[in-house]
Ligand binder design. Structure first.
Ligand code: PLP
Length: 476
């Protein structure tokens, strides 16, 4: 049996610019269902490097890689060739009975991928088509872990406010994107509990140190574990660095080691969602490497295939694998396209380029440049409340009164307007959705490809500043 890949049955082992961008014209797509039936999406005819070329002749600098996806930029020939080669060799097999070199090699490559030498403790990978599917698979795998141990009473997932884990029923249940839940609220999973976000910008009280804030957050998690009964909890599930829901928010000092200790103390699995922040985005292959902890389960996506193929993964440690092995010897979950050979070959090509071209080092270098550019350009701005992030994952959060941390009226959609204005000036950034939740956050995100040039970073930041000025002028 292959060492790294987890076989399902046989393992003995944007809000696109939303309100601000409403073009009240009928979509020009008579057959394709877009997210909005009113907004007209931009038709892209070509992607190359850091640029997207639109049908209307515009050239867009992609400073967010879609949603932090396109880590090596667009139109890479090596990746296209790898997909073609795989299609010619083996285009599809069902993983119930078969495996392929592309899937095995990708699993091996991902599981050994820590340039820092950090021992992450993850031993098997399970590949699916999207981040939402990976999180659902992980939630089921965590539940099966306890089931195999005879602890069938464990039903609860403890997650955090202002986290996003996907759109499927399971992943959406643990998310708190209020807007996306509206028609479904009463059919979501019942045994979900949410604790506070590890949100230093909004959550820190006057006079409180980061360490004290961490202690307060940890005490809240512990109280929630005790309220539910730790013996009833399946996992604690959260993004290591919060992406779209909060805007590249890193946890306060000591938070993750303390969460790890708490999960150990109460015997609860720790599942980190690194679908947006993993794959080198924050400067190390996994974001948790910088926190010095070993999770039990990790989910990855987006940068795994760099947008060249729909692929995501659940990664698990040996404790979970051993439980499955000693139990039914099968992960009771499977999908037609899991570990799809072409998706895996494509992702492997992306990961090979990441390593061969030393792109993690480049993320660290460009990340410090982006940090510098953003702080020199925006820290004196009256309505930029916070500039935060790590690696090539940075956000600007807007406030009407930054001293009082008082946001702009939600209806004004300050962040989405900045995003739209920047787009109209030729730069794509990612809009935040906190205000749509009615909770904290009115932000935009920079998450450019790791192959971006220094000059492109400068253009992106300068253009977003012009866009910001335009929106400020429109507001006042
Ligand atoms: N988890 C996080 C942290 C995400 O940012 C996302 C997507 O934005 C998902 C899960 C869901 O991934 P997907 O959209 O590929 O289903």
């Amino acid at each position: 049996m292959a060492p790294a890949i987890l076989h399902a049955e046989a393992d003995a082992s944007a809000q696109n610019c939303n309100a601000a961008n409403k073009q009240l014209a009928q979509s020009d797509s008579p057959s394709l269902l877009h997210r909005s039936l009113l907004e007209k999406p931009h038709r892209v005819i070509r992607g190359s490097g850091s640029y997207l070329y639109l049908e209307d002749g515009r050239k867009i600098l992609d400073a967010c890689g879609g949603a932090a996806v396109a880590i090596i930029g667009h139109g890479n020939d090596e990746v296209a060739q790898a997909a073609l080669d795989q299609m010619r060799q083996v285009s599809y097999v069902h993983t119930l009975s078969y495996t392929t070199d592309s899937a095995e090699n990708l699993a091996r490559s991902i599981l050994k991928s820590n340039d820092s030498g950090f021992d992450h403790g993850l031993v098997k990978a399970f590949f699916v088509g999207s981040g939402s599917e990976a999180n659902d698979a992980a939630m089921k795998c965590a539940r099966q872990h306890w089931y195999e141990k005879g602890q069938t009473q464990r039903r609860y997932f403890v997650s955090r406010l202002q986290g996003y884990h996907g759109n499927t029923i399971g992943a959406m249940s643990v998310s708190t994107m209020v807007g996306r839940k509206i028609p479904y609220q009463d059919i979501l999973l019942p045994h979900i509990s949410h604790v506070s976000a590890a949100d230093v910008y909004h959550g820190l009280r006057d006079g409180e140190t980061e360490e004290e804030f961490t202690q307060r957050l940890i005490a809240e998690i512990e109280a929630e574990f005790l309220r539910l009964g730790p013996e009833n909890i399946i996992s604690f599930m959260a993004e290591t660095v919060v992406g779209a829901a909060l805007g590249t928010m890193t946890a306060p000092k000591g938070y993750w080691p303390a969460v790890r200790n708490l999960c150990n103390q109460y015997g609860i699995l720790l599942h980190l969602d690194e679908i947006m922040c993993g794959m080198g985005r924050t400067g190390t292959f996994f974001a948790f490497e910088q926190e010095g902890i070993q999770p039990d389960i990790v989910t990855i996506g987006k940068g795994l295939g760099g947008g060249y193929s729909p692929i995501a993964a659940m990664l698990i440690n040996s404790t979970i694998v051993d439980t499955l092995r000693k139990g039914t010897s099968a992960f009771n979950h499977g999908q037609t396209y899991q570990a799809h050979p072409v998706s895996c070959a494509t992702a492997l090509a992306v990961q090979t380029i990441l390593r061969r071209d030393d792109l993690l080092e480049r993320v660290r270098y460009l990340g410090s440049m982006l940090k510098h550019l953003l702080s020199t350009t925006f820290s004196g701005c009256d309505y930029v409340g916070d500039i935060r992030g790590r690696g090539l994952f940075w956000s600007l959060e807007f406030m009407e009164d930054k001293a009082q941390k008082c946001p702009f009226p939600r209806e004004f959609h300050f962040g989405p307007r900045v995003q739209l204005a920047a787009f109209n000036m030729g730069v794509a950034i990612y809009p935040g959705s906190g205000t749509i939740d009615g909770l904290n956050g009115d932000h935009v995100i920079f998450a450019p490809p790791y192959t971006t040039t220094e000059e492109e970073l400068e253009v992106a930041v300068a253009t977003v500043k012009k866009a910001y000025d335009e929106v400020v002028a429109a507001y006042f």
